[in-house]
Design a binder for this molecule. Structure first.
Ligand code: HQG
Length: 185
């Protein structure tokens, strides 16, 4: 018998897979802004052998450590707040970023990053954090940490557009090398 936390984490990972990358895995359809109907999601989960109650789904959304998912106001729809690899349009409004933002990465990527800048890889945007702690945690997922400071104020002044996802991740299309500086860790 798995404990409740293990189940919630497993459900959250699977939900990331279907709402960000591969809804077709369970025959689910997302609209152009990434929303799935909540009742359809529950039906698709049940049909694929992952029966989940509405209460259990609500617990996954509420307990998620990074608020990765959100329900629409009336609860009839659900989507991932960011991190998609499939083509959806989150419809976020451009926002003025903080003066500095941070990006955590692995040291083995630094040569490429200081050649071509930060590029979005398989995601829709480059992901940046308002705190060095969060950036460091993101970077450590990839290997030996390298921490970069992004001159967001100057980027914005130069016309680069920033968005902030509902869970506080700063997003932009690319960060050219001239706005990057390596920080000591
Ligand atoms: C690197 C997590 C070589 C980039 C986090 C990163 C985040 C380059 C990796 C979210 C490069 C991509 C995103 C270049 C960038 N050459 N490498 N020119 N430009 N890179 O996972 O930012 O848990 O796609 O530095 O909290 O690490 O999924 O991006 O190391 O918000 O909710 O290429 O994922 O959120 O890796 O993480 P990722 P990320 P979740």
């Amino acid at each position: 018998m798995q404990d409740k936390n293990t189940m919630t984490t497993a459900r959250s990972k699977f939900l990331s897979l279907v709402l960000r990358h591969s809804p077709q895995t369970i025959g689910l359809k997302l609209d152009s802004a990434g929303w799935a109907r909540t009742d359809e999601l529950l039906a698709c989960l049940a049909r694929s052998g992952r029966r989940t109650s509405l209460e259990e789904l609500q617990a996954v959304v509420a307990d998620n450590n990074k608020q990765r998912f959100a329900f629409s106001e009336d609860g009839s729809r659900i989507r991932a707040n960011q991190g998609h690899s499939i083509p959806i349009e989150l419809e976020l409004a451009p926002q003025q970023p903080p003066v500095e933002l941070y990006h955590g990465t692995a040291t083995r990527f630094l040569d490429a990053i200081f050649r071509e800048g930060l590029t979005r890889q398989s995601r829709h945007h480059v992901h940046l954090s308002a705190s060095t702690e969060t950036a460091a945690a993101v970077g450590r997922r990839h290997g030996k940490l390298a921490l970069l400071r992004v001159d967001a104020a100057r980027m914005a002044a130069d016309g680069h557009v920033f968005y902030c996802s509902d869970n506080g991740v700063w997003l932009t299309d690319a960060v050219p090398v001239s706005y990057l500086a390596k920080l000591a860790v």
